[in-house]
Structure formats: C-alpha cells, structure tokens
Design a protein around this ligand. Structure first.
Ligand SMILES: Nc1nc2c(ncn2[C@@H]2O[C@H](COP(=O)(O)OP(=O)(O)OP(=O)(O)O)[C@@H](O)[C@H]2O)c(=O)[nH]1
Ligand SMILES: [Mg+2]
Length: 112
C-alpha cells in the first residue's frame, strides 16, 4: 500500500479539526460558515508524507449530528480512523454513532 487514508471521528467540538491542524499545519475548516460558527460542516482533506515515503492522507469529518451524512461519505474511503474524545467531556452520542458507522463500514485494525 503506497498511501494510507486516515479519517477523524468523534463528537462535535471534541478537537478533531484542531488535532489535524496540529499534525499537518492545515486548517481543514475552509468555508466562511465553518469559520463563523466554529464547527466543521464539509469534509476536510489534507495529509503529509511519512518518513518511509508513503503518503498519509487525512479526511476530517464533522461531528454535528446534522452533518452525519458528510461523515459517512468521508468515512467510506478511509483505511483507519482516529477517534477523538475530549477528556473534559468523555464519550458523547456522536462518539458512539461514529464508532458504529466505522464498524458497519468494516474499518478495523490492519497492518500497514
Ligand atoms: N476539549 C478540548 N478542546 C480542545 C482541545 N484542543 C483544542 N480544543 C479546542 O476545542 C474547540 C473545538 O475544536 P475543533 O477542532 O473545531 O472541534 P471538532 O471536533 O473539529 O468540531 P466539529 O468538526 O464541529 O465536530 C476549539 O476551540 C479548539 O481550540 C483538546 O485537547 N481538548
Ligand atoms: Mg471539525
């Protein structure tokens, strides 16, 4: 496998986009409405090259329950997921819902 695509998953405002920005330097919230409301609406795409030369792509998904179809669309193309849970809030409804969707899609531990 030459490239790996990792998706975010987790409840709204738990820091998915912030983590992606910390990892890549890219803010994947690009829409004016996303910036105004401080939430992700559309999928965000970024990535970087791993030391072994492979490309690691990242799909950042929205956590708001209203945008669950966007999350589903993004999760469909991923190889692995980062499930992000804010330590001050813990597991919340979309944490569980996203994990369920990842399970239904068969996203599971693999050897890369
Ligand atoms: N609780 C918590 N919040 C953090 C952390 N890191 C960043 N934040 C802040 O949490 C807020 C929400 O961050 P986002 O990255 O937009 O959250 P998100 O999960 O992408 O939200 P949606 O995409 O709308 O689901 C921002 O103000 C961040 O600065 C963290 O480690 N824990
Ligand atoms: Mg976000």
């Amino acid at each position: 496998m030459d490239s790996i695509v990792v998706g975010t998953a987790g409840h709204i405002d738990h820091g998915k986009t912030a983590l992606v920005k910390a990892l890549t330097g890219h803010d994947t919230d690009t829409l004016a409405e996303e910036k105004k409301r401080g939430i992700s609406i559309n999928l965000g795409f970024t990535g970087f090259q791993l030391p072994n030369g492979r490309t690691l792509g990242i799909v950042d998904v929205p956590g708001h329950e209203k945008f669950i179809k966007n999350m589903l669309a993004g999760a469909t193309g991923i190889d692995a997921a980062m499930i992000i849970i804010a330590a001050n809030e813990g597991i919340m409804p979309q944490t569980r819902e996203h994990i369920d969707i990842l399970s239904y899609l068969g996203i599971q531990k693999k050897n890369f």
